[in-house]
Design a protein around this ligand. Structure first.
Ligand code: TYD
Length: 133
C-alpha cells in the first residue's frame, strides 16, 4: 500500500469527539509500538530517514505539521492537521517532517519494535537499496 490518508471514524456527540484505533481494523497492521513527538521547536525539521521494513501510521492528534514522503521518484506532501486522519507510511520511503505548530502532538503507531538496524539515515544508501529491490 502506498502512503495515503486513512480516514478515522469520529464518534461525536454533544460532549465532544472520540476516535478509536484498532489494530488490523482501521490501522492495517498489528501495532507493536506507539510513540509521540511533541514540543517541537520552531523551525525544526525531523525525520531524514527511511525504514527497511517498518510500516507506520501517523496522526496529528493536536496541532499540525507537514510530512513529505519521497519514494525515490516522487515527493508528496501531506498536511497533518486533523485528529480524524491517519497517514499510512510504508517501508522504503524517505520522510521529512516540518512546519510543526507549537502545540503539535504527532502520534505514531508502528508494526515493529524500535530497531536502529531498520533505519536508513543516508539518502544515497536509501536510493541504492531501492534500486536493488
Ligand atoms: P528518530 O526516529 O531519529 O527521530 P525523527 O525521525 O523524528 O527525527 O528518533 C530520535 C531518537 O529517539 C533516536 O535516538 C532514536 C530514539 N527512538 C527510540 O528510542 N525509540 C523509538 O521508538 C523512536 C521512534 C526513536
Amino acid at each position: 500500500m502506498k502512503p495515503q490518508i486513512i480516514p478515522l471514524r469520529v464518534i461525536g456527540d454533544d460532549r465532544g469527539s472520540l476516535v478509536a484505533i484498532e489494530a488490523e481494523q482501521n490501522i492495517p497492521f498489528e501495532i507493536k509500538r506507539v510513540y509521540y513527538i511533541f514540543g517541537t521547536k520552531d523551525g525544526v525539521e525531523r525525520g531524514f530517514h527511511a525504514h527497511r521494513n517498518l510500516q507506520q501510521v501517523a496522526v496529528a492528534v493536536r496541532g499540525s505539521c507537514i510530512m513529505t514522503i519521497d519514494d525515490g521518484k516522487e515527493k508528496t506532501e501531506f498536511k497533518l492537521d486533523n485528529p480524524a486522519n491517519g497517514l499510512y507510511i510504508n517501508s522504503m520511503v524517505w520522510r521529512v517532517m516540518k512546519d510543526f505548530s507549537e502545540d503539535c502532538v504527532l502520534l505514531v503507531m508502528a508494526d515493529q519494535h524500535y530497531a536502529e538496524s531498520d533505519y536508513i539515515r543516508d539518502y544515497k544508501t536509501f536510493l541504492s537499496e531501492l534500486s536493488k529491490k
